[in-house]
Design a binder for this molecule. Structure first.
Ligand SMILES: C[S@@+](CC[C@H](N)C(=O)[O-])C[C@H]1O[C@@H](n2cnc3c(N)ncnc32)[C@H](O)[C@@H]1O
Length: 252
């Protein structure tokens, strides 16, 4: 197919619909409960602990934590994801509360007193302005109880060298997904070409901010967190795709 349509992915529902089966594949879904168990071993949760899943996507971790008996609130700015998460938890009879919206813009009267906030599988750095990421971290800080935990999983920009162009290809249910990633001073340029039989190719482009371990540490401390542990070879999350930085912090 030679025709193609180029779309800036940004926060478009259609992009997330098209990539649903690529980014939330079975492997990732099945691995989430193990990740939550690992997190549970690190942070001091009690049976009455409340967990905030920021950028919860389709609710992989929200659902796993709820199955472990915790009270969970998941927040995501993509309605498509929230709808799926709500449908799944309704079917499973799990009492998870999902909120559709940008965490940074949640009203001031929002829920507070969480014991753990998770921001997993790179859910920071989506908006153009760095100030937005500070707003997200400050908002999470305000929603945690004193001493509450934050776990962040981010792509490590130092995993990319110079002008490296990283490509990958996957076929899911007959649809071909070709990814091309370059990193330019902590900005990831992402291009995804989707080829479906008898349809014009769709090329999505997006940019995401990446954070060096020094930068994320500085940002967290600026927002009132104390960094307890910072891993560049994660022991919690299964290595898949680019290398991750995992930060475990507490609200001071
Ligand atoms: C790669 S997905 C990861 C989803 C989920 N954490 C997981 O591990 O399956 C990133 C998600 O973060 C969400 N997101 C990014 N920034 C956000 C924000 N400021 N407020 C709410 N959701 C956000 C996106 O909409 C997207 O669903």
């Amino acid at each position: 197919m030679t025709d193609s349509l180029t779309i800036a992915a940004c926060s478009r529902r259609r992009f997330w619909e098209d990539v649903r089966n690529l980014i939330f594949d079975l492997d990732r879904i099945e691995n989430a409960p193990k990740e939550c168990e690992e997190i549970d071993k690190i942070v001091d949760l009690t049976p009455s602990s409340r967990i905030l899943d920021v950028g919860c996507g389709v609710g992989r971790h929200s659902i796993a934590f709820a199955q472990m008996g915790y009270e969970v609130v998941g927040v995501d700015m993509i309605s498509y994801h929230i709808e799926e998460a709500r449908n799944v938890t309704r079917r499973m009879g799990l009492p998870v509360s999902f909120i559709h919206g940008d965490i940074a813009d949640l009203p001031v009267k929002e829920d507070v007193g969480f014991d753990l906030a998770c921001n997993l599988y790179r859910s920071l750095g989506y908006e153009d302005a760095l100030e937005h990421d500070y707003k997200v971290l400050r908002k999470i800080h305000s929603m945690l109880s004193g001493g509450g935990w934050l776990i962040l999983e981010l792509i490590d920009p130092d995993d990319f060298y110079g002008n490296e162009v990283r490509t990958s290809e996957a076929v899911v249910s007959g649809t071909v997904f070709k990814e091309k990633i370059t990193v330019d001073t902590c900005v990831e340029n992402y291009e995804l070409t989707i080829t479906k039989v008898d349809e014009p190719d769709i090329i999505y482009t997006a940019t995401h901010r990446l954070f060096s371990w020094q930068k994320i540490r500085e940002m967290l401390e600026h927002c009132g967190f104390s960094v307890e542990r910072l891993e560049r070879q994660s022991l919690i999350f299964k290595p898949k795709g680019s290398r991750k930085i995992v930060v475990i912090a507490t609200k001071t």
